[in-house]
Design a protein around this ligand. Sequence first.
Ligand SMILES: Cc1cc2nc3c(=O)[nH]c(=O)nc-3n(C[C@H](O)[C@H](O)[C@H](O)COP(=O)(O)OP(=O)(O)OC[C@H]3O[C@@H](n4cnc5c(N)ncnc54)[C@H](O)[C@@H]3O)c2cc1C
Length: 308
Amino acid sequence: MKPAAFDYVAPRTVHEAVDALAGNGRKTQVLAGGQSLILEMHLQRIRPELVVDINRVAELDHMDMNDSTVRVGALIRHDAFESEQAVPGPLGRLFARAVANIAHPPIRSRGTMVGSLAWAHPASEWCALALALDADLELHGTGGPREIPARDYFHGPFQTARRPDELITAVRFPLLTGDTGVGFIEHRRTHFCFAQVAVAATLTARDGVIIGARIGLVNCADRPVRARAAEQALIGTDLAPPAGRRVPGDHPFARAGRIAAEQDAAPVAEPYADVEYRRQAIAVLVGRTLREAARDQRAWVAASEGGH
Ligand SMILES: Cc1cc2nc3c(=O)[nH]c(=O)nc-3n(C[C@H](O)[C@H](O)[C@H](O)COP(=O)(O)OP(=O)(O)OC[C@H]3O[C@@H](n4cnc5c(N)ncnc54)[C@H](O)[C@@H]3O)c2cc1C
């Protein structure tokens, strides 16, 4: 199919883009990487009357860092995060592990992190990371700028707190402290597919005891999920990662996996995975991702002790 007819503008500034999005009563869409929008337009599931192409808005093409935060502008493509060094510390490692699972290189070279947050697909890796890591979104609309914490932003599949006249200009992630271990594991049918289930985890420990945990679940509900009950169950437990491939059923990571699957997640049936299968996959993947994060944290401890 071909897209229905639409008007097109290519503003040069955020101000012009916001003016265009106001739309004079027309249905508008933002064109960022186009990796979701163009497909939807071809299928005529989305029929904008006006497409606002933001690719010439230079002020959106920046990634800024300070001591505590990375701020990712709306034109930063997925592949900017393929190197662990793109963002300092454990957050860079986590982003690099997650982004490798997003589609394939041509899509990663066009699609944007902010576009993923705007689209809010329940299987989006970036959406789960934004939620788990307490990111903040920056928006500009005709009423001026505002910020929305990720925890208040996702309302359902493809539904968010963004108003139609608002442009998301950037997302800010707090950096992770050096002593934080990170893990990301994804399960999907083929490399081309979106995640059936994926898990992002961070663990922080003092004297071998877990004092902080964050778990983000991808495609485990109609929107991204932060597995707070599972996180809570980990506090005060031993960080020691289990040896071998399997996480024993009585290990705290396996228990956290079961809690995430039963209490935090709300999976829906899909053609290739019923709810029971998906809960089982969530439990197993959470356990394994926590083990990966614990190993990552141990490696940091070993490296920092070796450096003294
Ligand atoms: C074959 C294939 C496989 C894929 N696999 C994955 C995957 O595994 N994981 C994953 O997360 N994604 C996947 N994607 C989607 C891809 O990551 C897209 O890049 C992403 O969903 C949207 O980003 P974009 O910049 O391309 O946005 P666009 O397609 O340009 O826009 C998408 C939507 O977001 C809105 N929008 C975009 N930017 C803004 C903004 N700054 N402010 C307000 N609204 C905005 C648009 O109006 C539109 O509604 C896949 C896509 C394809 C085609």
